[in-house]
Design a protein around this ligand. Structure first.
Ligand code: PEP
Ligand code: MG
Length: 892
């Protein structure tokens, strides 16, 4: 025989907290509280298995359910000392849903069930309050008719309003017992008119009707949508909880409230909550009356004038505080609880692990660990790595109002507001005049860097998570929302429009780079503080993880920030990003458009001192930690001069004419720049570029090593290699330069020469390439682009539709496609190791800071991940969670 029904109450329960799958979260926790001897109104839970049965059998019940239900109900009657359907001393019940995962407000509930013209008399006798009894009765008729019988809410609202108008009443509280009695009759007449049959007076019929409606609500549209958004499988089903009613609105010795065992916004270990005397649960949340503080501390901090529960009901407050301690000790986590006081008796209605802010999660995990309630591993497991983002960046004030205009990709976390400008030049001008600006572009390119730098935030309408805007913003720690396709930018009129709203230059908007939301006006932000708890947790994390965490950095500021966040070296220095400065980009362009080797060498000679200086600074900041410098990898279209003025500047620097520059630029235009003359292909064509860069690297390494300190061991990295011969050719060039420089400087350096693996062919040929390459760094941005054949700059627009349609779960530029791109990584790692067992393996695509991808890298046997500075702590935490078996490693 299948057990469909689990009873609880009076210190006993058939269920337990670890039976959430069967009893749902609410049912399991009610059972657990009952077993702990905490007073919960008696009741029973009908299992989620029954929900499955219900849907598999044409919405019918198994034959033995009614009998099990009747037995459980009679147990409840005994415990509560009242009888269901009895006209003298009736038991009334609530019928509520309760799935495995909380789905607040998505499914149906019926309260005060069991009331009819007879039992209402019993309720009058029990409460001594006729008005209360008829008010409860009309609430029941209204709720039941709406939820179970499908008679819409507005019919009842209209009847009530007409009645109040005819009596000249304003508030519900003006209604007398007789008024409510009349309303009950009118409600029932309305139901009969609508349905052609009377409202059910038989409590058994009411009960089973409500149970059916709650199971039925598992498949309502709201619940289906919520499940889809929250990855909750339909097979889970919901349980149904039938529980004796208790009333917080039975007079001045009754009350109802919600509370948290610790402060859910700060994590402080103090009892926190709100309550209302003589009220029902929904009154606390509905905001009609101002709730009272729970205790004196809360009263003081919230500057409330209202008396606290601690003052008004001291004995009950003490009892509640005792349950708080017991439940927290028992669940070893912060609890979110609901309670009701009925005529001086305290009842606990619910407990569950409370939702909390990132700051609270951190504080609670560390403090519980220090108090011995949980161990360090558990504290680490409980932290969501993605949540750390909000600890490191300004975030939106959660209590602030907001008007969301659009949603794009959460490209770089943090929240910021500013006046809209549509060009980098304007951004610099306005910022120079002391204004806070928000740079809005269709997409960004290296010329925009100055404007990006001064902007509070960056918003683009095109481009994905690895677009120029996204990568650069993350590196700078500037909030960015990219690929917001709904927004239409019109540069000519200096405005953008979205969903009927037009935003002009100078208007203020706010972006949240953690959620991708774009909001009208200024939404207040808060600066999070890095507390001592953060350092403590990160120290525990570092003891556990085996993956090294490096950073992607090319400026001293980035490198310093990353070290502050615990980076253990640089895994990627994109040298082309070192030419964004206006003084340098001219020479870079001169080099690109040079017609012959001599002109190119002349331009390169101008770049050399800059490069040497940059590398020296990075080596010094990293003080002996590994630094991987990648040879130039500029997709040419990003660096070509576009405007007349830019062309004129380049022409004058190169001592040539604008026409020549124009012609050279035109010739360099490519149809598919991302698959064009970039990466190592550039250095194969023009080895002098590789020579200049190698010289800058080795001269800088000699210079810093000579100064004393830890010896520098540079790692020179060749980008976009597909062929063994490409790598082999350039390795020889680099080695040649190294030898020359070391001879010139009279110093011997250790160094490594390796390659990026960012093309499928390189992954497949990794065994061969490893004969010469001393390390591999997986460039998963390009590897994703080329494995999928998806443009990383354009895919943002349609990948969103792929996700909405369920074709893919996540954007593969955000989290590694473990089954496809991941396979290439594993294969390349294996083949590389087979040739060269001690080959160093890392990842430097943007995935290096994505928690699920970090877990993947751990399992794929990489030595390190490298990510933008602000994501270093996230990667450290995810790496530790990988060791602890947590995270989201897919074995599909
Ligand atoms: C990559 O392709 O993953 C990479 C790190 O290089 P970039 O993003 O500079 O192309
Ligand atoms: Mg790349």
């Amino acid at each position: 025989m299948t057990k469909w029904v689990y009873g609880f109450g009076d210190g006993n329960a058939e269920g337990r907290a670890d039976m959430k799958n069967l009893l749902g979260g609410k049912g399991a926790n009610l059972a657990e509280m009952a077993s702990l001897g905490i007073p919960v109104p008696a009741g029973f839970t009908i299992t989620t298995e029954l929900c499955t049965y219900f849907y598999e059998n044409d919405q019918t019940y198994p034959a033995d359910l009614k009998e099990q239900g009747a037995k459980a109900l009679s147990d409840v009657e005994k415990i509560m000392g009242a009888k269901f359907g009895d006209s003298d001393n009736p038991l009334l019940v609530s019928v509520r849903s309760g799935a495995r995962a909380s789905m607040p407000g998505m499914m149906d509930t019926v309260l005060n069930l069991g009331l009819n013209d007879d039992t209402v008399k019993g309720l009058i006798a029990q409460s001594g309050d006729e008005r209360f009894a008829y008010d409860s009765y009309r609430r029941f008729v209204q709720m039941y008719s709406d939820v179970v019988l499908g008679v819409e809410h507005h019919h009842f609202e209209e009847i009530l309003q007409d009645h109040k108008d005819s009596k000249g009443y304003v508030l519900d509280t003006d209604m007398t017992a007789d008024d409510w009695k009349l309303i009950v009759a009118s409600f029932r007449t309305k139901v009969e008119q609508q349905l052609g049959r009377p409202f059910p007076m038989d409590p058994q019929e009411q009960l089973w009707g409500a149970i059916g409606a709650v199971f039925g609500s598992w498949m309502n549209q709201r619940a289906i949508t919520y499940r889809k958004l929250n990855d909750i499988p339909a097979e889970w089903g919901t349980a149904v909880n039938v529980q004796a009613m208790v009333y917080g609105n039975m007079g001045e010795d009754s009350a109802t409230g919600v509370c948290f065992s610790r402060d859910p916004s700060t994590g402080m270990n103090r009892f926190y909550g709100e309550f209302l005397i003589n009220a029902q649960g929904e009154d606390v949340v509905a905001g009609i009356r101002t709730p009272q503080p729970l205790n004196l501390v809360e009263k003081e901090t919230s500057h409330s004038e209202l008396p606290s529960m601690e003052e008004e009901m001291p004995a009950l407050y003490k009892e509640l505080n005792g349950y708080r301690d017991r439940l927290e000790q028992h669940y070893r986590d912060m609890q979110d609880m609901e309670f009701t006081v009925q005529r001086g008796k305290l009842w606990m209605l619910q407990t569950r692990n409370g939702k909390r802010t990132a700051q609270a999660a951190l504080t609670i995990a560390v403090e519980m660990c220090e108090d011995g309630l949980i161990d360090k591993e558990e504290a680490i497991r409980r932290m969501d790595p993605a949540m750390l983002d909000s600890l490191l960046h300004p975030m939106l004030d959660p209590s602030a109002d907001r008007t969301v205009l659009a949603k794009g990709l959460p490209a770089s976390p943090g929240a910021a507001s500013g006046q809209v400008v549509f060009s980098a030049d304007e951004a610099e001008k306005w910022a120079g005049a002391g204004k806070k600006v928000m740079l809005v572009r269709i997409e960004t390119s290296p010329e925009d860097i100055g404007g990006m730098h001064v902007a509070q935030g960056i918003l683009t309408t095109r481009g994905g998570m690895t677009s120029h805007a996204a990568v650069v913003a993350r590196g700078m720690g500037t909030p960015c929302v990219s690929g917001t396709g709904e927004i239409k930018v019109d540069y000519a009129s200096k405005s953008f429009s979205v969903g009927g709203t037009t935003v002009n230059e100078g208007d203020v908007i706010t972006i949240d780079g953690a959620s991708g939301e774009v909001m009208l006006g200024e939404v207040p932000t808060m600066q999070p503080e890095l507390t001592g708890d953060f350092a403590k947790l990160m120290a525990w994390v570092d003891k556990i993880r085996t993956l090294t965490v490096r950073t992607n950095a090319e400026t001293p500021t980035d490198a310093q920030t990353a070290r502050k966040f615990g980076a253990e070296g640089i895994g990627l220095c994109r040298t082309e990003h070192m030419f964004f400065d206006p003084a340098r980009i001219i020479h870079m362009r001169e080099m690109i458009v040079a017609e012959d080797e001599e002109t190119r060498r002349a331009a390169l000679a101008k770049l050399l001192p800059y490069q040497r200086q940059d590398f020296s600074e990075l080596f010094e900041i990293m003080a002996g930690l590994p630094v991987t410098i990648r040879l130039l990898d500029p997709p040419l279209h990003e660096f070509l001069p576009h405007s007349e003025a830019d062309m004129a500047d380049v022409a004058s620097a190169a001592g040539t004419t604008v026409d020549k520059i124009k012609a050279a630029s035109a010739q360099l235009q490519e149809s598919n720049p991302m698959l064009g003359h970039r990466g190592c292909r550039l250095a194969i064509t023009y080895p002098e570029i590789c020579e200049m860069q190698a010289r800058a690297i080795f001269e800088a390494a000699c210079e810093v090593t000579k100064k004393g300190g830890a010896p520098v061991v540079p790692e020179v990295m060749v980008p976009l290699v597909g062929l063994f011969n490409e790598f082999d050719t350039l390795k020889k060039v680099i080695e040649g330069v190294a030898k020359t420089v070391m001879a010139e400087q009279g110093i011997e350096l250790e160094y490594l020469i390796g390659t990026m693996i960012e093309l499928p062919r390189a992954a497949l040929r990794a065994g061969h390439i490893a004969e010469q390459a001393e390390f591999f760094s997986f460039g998963t941005n390009d590897l994703t682009q080329t494995a999928f054949g998806l443009s990383r700059d354009d895919a943002g627009n349609f990948l969103k539709i792929y996700i909405d349609k369920g074709i893919i779960e996540v954007d593969p530029f955000v989290s590694i496609d473990q089954d496809g791109v991941g396979e290439l990584i594993k294969l390349a790692a294996e083949r590389g190791k087979a040739t060269r067992p001690d080959i160093k393996l890392g990842i430097c695509g943007e995935h290096g800071g994505d928690p699920a991808s970090v877990v993947f890298c751990h399992h794929a046997g990489l030595n390190y991940v490298s990510c933008s500075p602000y994501r270093v702590p996230i990667a450290r935490l995810a790496a530790a969670q990988a060791v602890l078996g947590a995270g989201s490693y897919s074995t599909k």
